[in-house]
Design a protein around this ligand. Sequence first.
Ligand SMILES: [Zn+2]
Length: 161
Amino acid sequence: MTQNEQFMLLALEQAHLAQTKNEVPVGAIIIDGNQNVIARGHNTVFGLKSIIGHAEINTILEATQKLGTSRLISCSIYVTLEPCLMCIGTIMQARLSHLYYGANSYVYGALSKHLVAESSLHFKIHKQILAAPSIVLLQDFFKKKRSCQLCLAVDPTLAID
Ligand SMILES: [Zn+2]
């Protein structure tokens, strides 16, 4: 297992935590330039009734508070699902250096759906790191919610009856 996959496993732990709270199972972590984990977060949209409660936003806020700065230069974020437009903008504003994500999102994904040009972003993007376990988590969640449409948002090739 690569080091990037090991960090993604920590993000997946956060996604599992979200699942136990009946949140959409998406998790994230941020590491600093010395590869230390400085923040962990997960989706809190339902619990906090907040549309900005995405895993990336929660994790970025924790990191900026911990470091006492609004700029996370030389830091990297790992998130289990491709970021939406709101989160890709926040990652850019926070000056993160690298984005590593798991599953593609074909309904909300900034790159897969909204076709944001990678060359327009100020950070490097590394796609589909441990995508499979992220997809399984999301599929299980949406199966229980009986929302096939949202499930397909994660991976259209994995249709649920
Ligand atoms: Zn988002």
